[in-house]
Every structure is written in structure tokens, then in C-alpha cells.
Design a binder for this molecule. Structure first.
Ligand code: FMN
Length: 505
């Protein structure tokens, strides 16, 4: 995961930087926070420190107890110069909110605080998110400063338009949603830095419409919010995401490939075309279960027959999972009135899914058309309740579960004891090398001379192999091994678990 440096300057939107820090940290990133003295008048350093788990720095002259390291990294033995070290160690530096004052300093090359000095010293992607009153934002000085920063390769995140902090005011100057800020930061991170790099994820969202005549349809209340939140979260984790959107009025998240459909048949066709190329399917759309047996041409009139004959539609999920491979993870959604874990479990088995997200639709406050939901995640072994939360949070919980299912090698229920054997696969590890459990009863063993790829330990450890021709794959059952320097398709489906040094716990 990436090391994100967050610079917070003095503006009312500084409170949103706390949410950014929380999202980035819960997304697995290591976050260090720098604050201007102005920012400290709006939010407290203690809040950031509690969220990210590392000290906040304000002055270049104060000691950094972490010696420039990010959470999860080892601190160096020497005490480096703080502003140079955090800037050198970060993968991206976001200043949010960026006040008019701080923007002017950044554009002018002024280095009088941790935020501004580190900005000058930072060669990683740099982003600024201006947030201020609309007249301050529109002023020629601010605009000239932003133009200067853009010319120098800094990404300027456009503020949103809407209600401003000052009472009754409205205009352009709002700090965008923290989740969007995170998506933009993550989109600037180099490939290999994110946990789902290399994964292709297919998300379906919204509700299908089955025509009755030229103007009327049978539809449902699904807005597509859950699917959009899943697509955004998967893209943030580095996945290549395709979103099949059935009548979704919301915009797709940045970097997501969108396919718009209307009917269940169109949804089925699009999904059939995309599923074979996908590692993960998140079936959040609500396809209609019935459609009109005959679609009337034109518009039915009042005096026409009121008998509407329906026929069942294709079971899209079941037809997709009929060709599901062991390397694919399928998440189904079940909307039930009243919690019905047993029915969901039956659906899990019937549809050959790996996980069911059970959504109790009896509570009108949440679920359909709402930005919040409460769900139960059900797999063959467990049922985990996710209490009411924004759909963005629910999406992260679902993706966390998908990660752990894939990590456990349980893409589909298995009966051969495979996962248990994999869990014990470090038994075969000996000597000083690095051993990694692999699917198919195999294990990677690399001698110490096999240096990890710079992106290691990241999700896609096939990149690990490209770094050396000395890495070996041992079959645990046949004890045979082979040596290669290029990743194969078998390896690319391997565990997300970081390789462990032999002998380490
Ligand atoms: C209540 C209040 C709200 C403010 N909100 C903003 C703001 O949203 N954006 C901004 O650029 N400045 C805002 N300012 C002004 C900055 O706090 C001020 O310019 C300060 O010097 C910024 O310092 P810094 O850039 O070093 O953090 C606000 C000031 C006050 C008193």
C-alpha cells in the first residue's frame, strides 16, 4: 500500500481532512500528516494522530519521532531532516484543504512550515485541493497561483460548487468529498502500489427496466448507489473496474469503464461478455425477475386489456456462475424482507457464489435509494453483520471480505482440504529464503539472492518473479520444482498474502 503525505492548511474544510485520513488509513495506506499553524486553529493534531497512528508535524525545527518513516515502515537508525525524509518517503503528497495563503506560498516557493517546505522537497506526485470562499477562489491572485502550480506539474483538484461555510453563501470553493480526494490521490500512484493492482473487477449496479409498451416498464427502486460505491472502492484499491449500469443516474467513479444497459437481457449480455475476463464479480444490480410476455407497440390505452402477462427472466447470476472458474470470486446480493440468513445460504449454494450480501429491505430508512445500508455478509462458514453505515463504508467491508476470501484461496467452496494445507505450507520452508503459499499445493521458495521486486510486498507478487531468475516453485506433493523468471498465468492467480521470511511468524 502507498505512503500518503497529507498537508492540512487553515480553512474550515480542515475537518474533512480527518475523514480523508480515516479513509486512506482504513484503505490500507500509511498516512503521515503535516499541519500549518493555521490548520491547528481549526482541527486538533491529536485527532489526526489517533486516526493515522503517527505524530503530526508542523514545524521543520521539531524532531520527528518516526524519523521520516510512515506507519508500517521501520524507522532508520539515524535521525534524518524531517521535512526531507517524509517528502522522500511518500508516494504522493496531497495538500487538502489548501488555503489561499498556502497556495500562494506553494506557487511562490516559500518554505516556512512543514507543509510548504516538504512540498518543495517532494518529487512524488503532488496534489492540491483548494477550499475557500468563492470570491477568494475566483480572485486573480489565487487563479494565477493555481495556474503556476499546474504548469509545474502539480495536480489541482477543482473545488466543488455548493453551499459554503459562511452563512447563506453559495459558490465554487467547497472541498470535494474525501472519498473522491482519495480516489484522485490513488489514481496518481504508480501501478503496483495498490492492493488490487492487476485485478479485473466487474460490478453491476442499478435496476433493470422491462418494457410493457413503448413508454412503460416494470422496474425497481435500486438507484445504483451500492454498485457505484463498490466500483469506486475497487478502483481505489487499484483494480481495473468495469461497471454495468442499469438505469443509473449517478456518475461513474473516476477511472471506471461504464457500460449502460436498460433491460435484464442487455445486462445479461454485457455481463456474459465481461465475466470471463474478470477476477471478481460484484453483482449489486437488481435485475427484474419477471418481464411482460409481450411488449405492446405504441402506448397501451385505457380501454386496452388490463391483463398483464408476465414470464420469468433469465437467472443472470446462475448463468454466469455456470462457467465460473476457481480463480473467480463472485459476490451476490440478496434483498430480503426480514433477515433470512438461511435463505441467503441456500442462494449462496444455488448460485455458486462465494459471498452473499444480505440486505434487509424491511427497514425503509436504509437500502434502496438511500446513501446508507446495513447488511450481513454470508459465506459458507460465517455470517458477519455490518451495522448501518454509509454505502461507501459497506463497500469497503465487502471488498475486505473479498480480499480475505481470495487470500484464503476460497474462491469457491472446496472439499479437498486445500486451504488447510495452504495454511500449513510454511512447513516446507527452510533456510534463509522467502516462502509464499501458492494455489495448487505449490509453494514459492526463493533463496536470499532472489531480491524482491521494488513493488514487493504488494498484492501482485508475480512482479516478484520478474526481478530474478533464481526463484523456484516447489510442488508440495511431488517435490518437483522449476525455475523461471517470468510470471505465468498460474502464478498470477496466487495469494495476496505478503511473502514471509522463513522462520518468521
Ligand atoms: C473562520 C475562518 C475560516 C477560514 N476559512 C478559510 C478557508 O476556507 N479557506 C482559506 O483559504 N482561508 C480561510 N481562512 C483564512 C485562513 O485561515 C488564513 O488565511 C490563514 O492565514 C491560513 O494559514 P495557512 O495557509 O498557513 O494555514 C479562514 C479564516 C477564518 C478565521
Amino acid at each position: 500500500m502507498a505512503r500518503i503525505l497529507l498537508g492540512v492548511s487553515g480553512g474550515i474544510a480542515a475537518y474533512k481532512a480527518l475523514e480523508f485520513a480515516r479513509l486512506a488509513t482504513s484503505g490500507g495506506h500509511g498516512v503521515r500528516v503535516l499541519m500549518t499553524e493555521g490548520a491547528e486553529r481549526f482541527v486538533g493534531a491529536a485527532s489526526f494522530e489517533g486516526i493515522v497512528g503517527s505524530p503530526v508535524l508542523t514545524s521543520e525545527f521539531e524532531r520527528d519521532p518516526m524519523r521520516g518513516a510512515f506507519p508500517g515502515d521501520d524507522a532508520p537508525e539515524h535521525d534524518p531532516i524531517g521535512h526531507l525524509a517524509v517528502a522522500a518517503n511518500c508516494d504522493a503528497y496531497l495538500v487538502a484543504p489548501a488555503s489561499a495563503n498556502t497556495l500562494a506560498k506553494l506557487a511562490g516557493g516559500i518554505a516556512d512550515s512543514m507543509v510548504t517546505t516538504s512540498f518543495l522537497a517532494c518529487t512524488a506526485p503532488r496534489l492540491v485541493a483548494p477550499a475557500m470562499n468563492d470570491r477568494m477562489y475566483g480572485d486573480a491572485a489565487t487563479q494565477a497561483n493555481l495556474a503556476t502550480l499546474r504548469e509545474r506539474g502539480v495536480t489541482v483538484i477543482e473545488p466543488d460548487e455548493g453551499a459554503l461555510a459562511s452563512r447563506g453563501e453559495h459558490g465554487k470553493g467547497r472541498l470535494p468529498d474525501p472519498a473522491r480526494l482519495l480516489a484522485l490521490v490513488e489514481s496518481e500512484l504508480p501501478t503496483g502500489q495498490r492492493p488490487w493492482d492487476g485485478l479485473r473487477v466487474l460490478v453491476t449496479a442499478g435496476g433493470t427496466r422491462e418494457p410493457i409498451d413503448s413508454v412503460r416498464f416494470l422496474g425497481n427502486r435500486s438507484s445504483g448507489r451500492m454498485g457505484i460505491a463498490l466500483a469506486a472502492a475497487a478502483a481505489r484499491r487499484g483494480a481495473e473496474v468495469t461497471l454495468i449500469a442499469a438505469n443509473v443516474a449517478l456518475p461513474e467513479p473516476p477511472g471506471v469503464h461504464r457500460i449502460d444497459v436498460e433491460t435484464g437481457e442487455q445486462l445479461a449480455n454485457a455481463a456474459q461478455a465481461e465475466f470471463p475476463n474478470s477476477h471478481v464479480l460484484l453483482m449489486a444490480a437488481a435485475p427484474a425477475d419477471f418481464r411482460a410476455s409481450e411488449i405492446a407497440t405504441g402506448k397501451l390505452t385505457r380501454d386496452a386489456s388490463l391483463d398483464l402477462h408476465l414470464e420469468p427472466t433469465e437467472d443472470i447470476l446462475a448463468s454466469l456462475t455456470a462457467s465460473k472458474t476457481e480463480q473467480q470470486t463472485v459476490v451476490a446480493f440478496a434483498a430480503e424482507a426480514g433477515e433470512n440468513t438461511e435463505r441467503a445460504k441456500q442462494k449462496l449454494a444455488r448460485k455458486k457464489a462465494d459471498l452473499i450480501v444480505l440486505n434487509d429491505i424491511s427497514n425503509p430508512e436504509i437500502g434502496f435509494e438511500s446513501s446508507e445500508n446495513a447488511v450481513t455478509l454470508i459465506d459458507t462458514d460465517d455470517a458477519t453483520e455490518i451495522p448501518q453505515a454509509p454505502k461507501t463504508t459497506i463497500a469497503e467491508a465487502i471488498l475486505d471480505r473479498v480480499s480475505s476470501l481470495r487470500e484464503e484461496g476460497r474462491q469457491s467452496p472446496r472439499t479437498d482440504g486445500y486451504s488447510k494445507r495452504r495454511a500449513n505450507s510454511r512447513d516446507a520452508c527452510s533456510g534463509e529464503g522467502i516462502a509464499v503459499p501458492l494455489p495448487h499445493h505449490a509453494e514459492l521458495y526463493s533463496p536470499p539472492s532472489c531480491k524482491p521486486h521494488p513493488m514487493y510486498p504488494k498484492w501482485a507478487w508475480p512482479t516478484f518473479f520478474t526481478a530474478s531468475s533464481q526463484c523456484k516453485i516447489f510442488s508440495k506433493t511431488s517435490k518437483s520444482s522449476f525455475v523461471s523468471s517470468t510470471p505465468s498465468s498460474t502464478w498470477s492467480r496466487s495469494s495476496s498474502r505478503a511473502p514471509k521470511r522463513c522462520g518468521s511468524s
